[in-house]
Write a protein that binds this ligand. Structure first.
Ligand SMILES: Cc1ncc(COP(=O)(O)O)c(C=O)c1O
Length: 437
């Protein structure tokens, strides 16, 4: 309810319907004059805080009355999660660490959704007894949850849903597609329909359905189809006497990384759902969402000084450590790249094919290969767009490089959201080699 009320307070700007378009030059120039990129901190991640608020506003308005549990896996920065929680958003968590983050941020218990395909008995117990929402991933997990919920004095979680695998086909990125046939995510709608009906008939505490078809690479019509199948199931189960209080539609709204990518926004998704699955909005259930990428990705960009530039290769300080997927699966993942001079002015000059290499000790560590870019020189700045999701959250410690500082910015200036990792913190991760000397 708070989310609904808060939505009214967001100003309407053109950015809400268009995708976020951060102008990099002015921000970079301010960052450079504030000394945020230098030898001691040669790369950083930047978040446009106004754009972030706009994304939250757009999401709230598209699904009024829904509980929006932001996917922590996309961007676990307290500096962004905290203001969202203050505005009435919840958090979707999928591990002990993410759950601890939600709890330390004092997220109201009924706004925490615990998903994971690998929940231990301990995690199940902790989430249920804390009063959170939990989505069961498999029939085997259902049996574990039943052990807890069918005790003489069971806990009282906010809701317990069953994740359904809708069995759709045609996503473009296999590694982040979760809605097709395969045993890892959810109970298969086509194969296990009877078991699903039986589960709801035998366990009155089971009161929700959950679907999350994938993250990027699943076009809007497939997302809608997946939700449609689950809403139809909700209707079916209700007709058989079950009480469905929650339909959790997951996240997965794709982001425009390439200029040629089809842009979709929350409003367009809601409109498509309204048209093709109207009963989603009129059923006796509350809608829960779990968006991550579409909220965070367009609000962030990364920037690094160019350490060396020769023979068409620019070596920068970010590579497969921050951009795990683009480095390892460049056919699937792409970021637009722009080059600036050391004062933050856009570089000009004849374009030629440049490869942007990361700092790690393996030859596949490239962010881009043979990209048409203006001449690049040592000391220039390479900026990487749409870097706000699944970047720092997937940080790789290979080569023990220090994770970069994260800065938020708005009209007033910069706010340090996370300092650059220190050598001490890094050493502790590996098991504390002892004091100096
Ligand atoms: C269960 C679940 N919910 C939500 C999300 C968030 O997806 P996205 O960031 O694409 O919105 C994910 C990520 O894959 C997920 O696994």
């Amino acid at each position: 309810v708070a989310i609904h009320d808060e939505a009214a307070t967001f100003p309407r700007t053109t950015r809400m319907t268009a995708l976020v378009d951060i102008t990099l030059g002015p921000t970079l120039r301010r960052a450079l004059s504030a000394g945020l990129l230098n030898d001691a901190s040669p790369a950083a991640l930047f978040y446009d805080l106004d754009a972030f608020r706009d994304r939250l506003g757009a999401l709230s308005r598209a699904f009024p009355g829904a509980l929006h549990a932001l996917a922590v896996k996309a961007c676990p920065l307290p500096g962004l999660l905290r203001p969202a929680i203050d505005l009435g958003f919840g958090l979707e968590v999928a591990s002990e660490g993410e759950l601890a983050m939600a709890q330390r941020l004092a997220t109201p218990v009924d706004r925490v959704v615990f998903d994971s395909p690998a929940k231990t008995r301990r995690e199940i117990e902790a989430a249920l007894s804390a009063g959170h929402r939990l989505n069961i991933n498999s029939l085997a997990e259902l049996a574990r949850v039943a052990e807890v919920m069918e005790r003489p004095s069971p806990p009282r979680p906010a809701s317990i849903g069953l994740r359904i695998n809708p069995g759709i086909e045609g996503a473009s990125i296999e590694a982040t597609f979760t809605g097709g046939r395969g045993a890892k995510f959810g109970v298969a709608l086509d194969e296990d329909r009877d078991a699903i009906a039986k589960a709801f008939a035998t366990h009155p505490w089971l009161d929700g359905l959950h679907v999350h078809a994938g993250s990027q690479g699943v076009p809007l019509d497939m997302l809608v189809e997946a939700v449609g199948r689950v809403v139809e199931l909700a209707g079916d189960l209700t007709a058989r006497g079950a009480t469905i209080r929650v339909v959790d539609i997951g996240g997965g709204l794709p982001v425009r990384y390439r200029p040629s990518d089809r842009a979709a926004d929350f409003a367009a998704y809601a409109a498509a759902l309204e048209q093709r699955v109207p009963s989603l909005f009129s059923g006796p259930w509350r809608i829960v969402t779990e968006f991550g990428r579409a909220v965070f990705a367009p609000c962030g960009f990364a920037a690094s000084r160019v350490e060396y530039a020769q023979r068409g290769v620019a070596v920068i300080h970010l590579g497969a450590d921050l951009f795990v997927r683009p480095a390892y699966r460049p056919v699937d993942w792409h970021h637009e790249i722009e080059v600036f001079d050391p004062t933050g002015q856009p570089k000009s000059g004849p374009e030629s094919g440049w490869s942007i290499a990361g700092p790690l000790c393996f030859s596949g560590d490239f962010l881009a290969r043979d990209r048409p870019l203006p001449p690049i020189a040592e000391g220039d700045i390479v900026a990487v767009r749409d870097a706000g999701a699944y970047t720092l959250s997937m940080w790789s410690k290979y080569n023990s490089r220090l994770s970069p500082a994260v800065h938020g910015f708005d009209q007033r200036g910069f706010e340090l959201l996370k300092p650059r990792e220190t050598v001490e913190e890094l050493l502790r991760f590996w098991g504390d080699p002892g004091p100096v000397g």
